[in-house]
Design a protein around this ligand. Structure first.
Ligand code: G3P
Length: 226
């Protein structure tokens, strides 16, 4: 399973990239708003992310409302850098836009996906990535991991003809909040987990690793006498 970072914060992206295991970045309007950026900063900011993560897919979300606007904005965003993926929220307009963008080789990440029917529609329209949300299902008392498992199995049951040579469509486990979400996503065969920095750090650090390292260091001092 690949790791994406779910943030628009440049320092977090640089830090995650420095770990050597980052496979991509996802952003959304809320994550960009958190950076304090204004509208005119949006595209330059996406370009900066693409430069930090050269060659890795970087999802930039369109806020257009009509199919025509989504296609135009999608092409514009895709033109910012070769590694841009256009993120669209699932709806009738974005399905049509995805079909048009895919026909021109533009990669779409279909977001705000809650369940198998939406995921299959996105795949049929030609989405390169499909992002089922986990945590937001948990937030309303449903089982986000079970929903994700259903999407992974249903989408992987078929091939869709658009992105076969790249192994797409890939499922991005989104709205990931905990290391257990990451564990469950990997066990079920999700292609990607997009994880916020706080949860990514929780995936890396373990109290027993810390305790083990401390005891190794203490014992090595006895060996070296320093
Ligand atoms: O990128 C979209 C998704 O990961 C958002 O997560 O925590 O706001 O539900 P969250």
């Amino acid at each position: 399973m690949k790791f994406f970072i779910d943030t628009a914060d440049l320092d977090e992206i640089r830090e995650a990239a420095s770990w050597g295991c980052l496979d991509g970045v996802t952003t959304n309007p809320s994550l960009f708003a958190k950076t304090g950026g204004k509208l005119e900063d949006f595209e330059p900011h996406m370009v900066k992310i693409c430069e930090i993560c050269e060659g890795l897919p970087v999802s930039a979300e369109s806020t257009a409302m009509t199919t025509e606007e989504m296609i135009a904005e999608g092409k514009r965003l895709a033109g910012l850098a070769p590694n841009i993926v256009v993120k669209l929220p699932i709806c009738a307009e974005s399905l049509a836009a995805t079909r048009a963008l895919a026909a021109e080789g533009v990669r779409v990440n279909m977001t705000l996906v809650f369940g198998v029917p939406q995921a299959i529609l996105a795949a049929r329209a030609g989405a390169r990535y499909i992002s089922p949300f986990v945590g937001r299902f948990d937030d309303i008392g449903e089982d986000g991991i079970e929903q994700l498992a259903n999407v992974v199995q249903a989408v992987h049951n078929y091939s869709y003809g658009y992105w076969d040579e790249e192994g797409g469509p890939e499922i991005i486990s989104a709205s990931i909040r905990t290391p257990n979400h990451v564990t469950q996503a990997a066990l079920m065969g999700a292609d990607i987990a997009t994880v916020p920095m706080a949860a990514l750090k929780k995936c890396l650090f373990h109290p027993l690793t810390k305790a083990g390292l401390e005891s190794f260091e203490a014992d090595w001092k006895k060996v070296t006498g320093k």
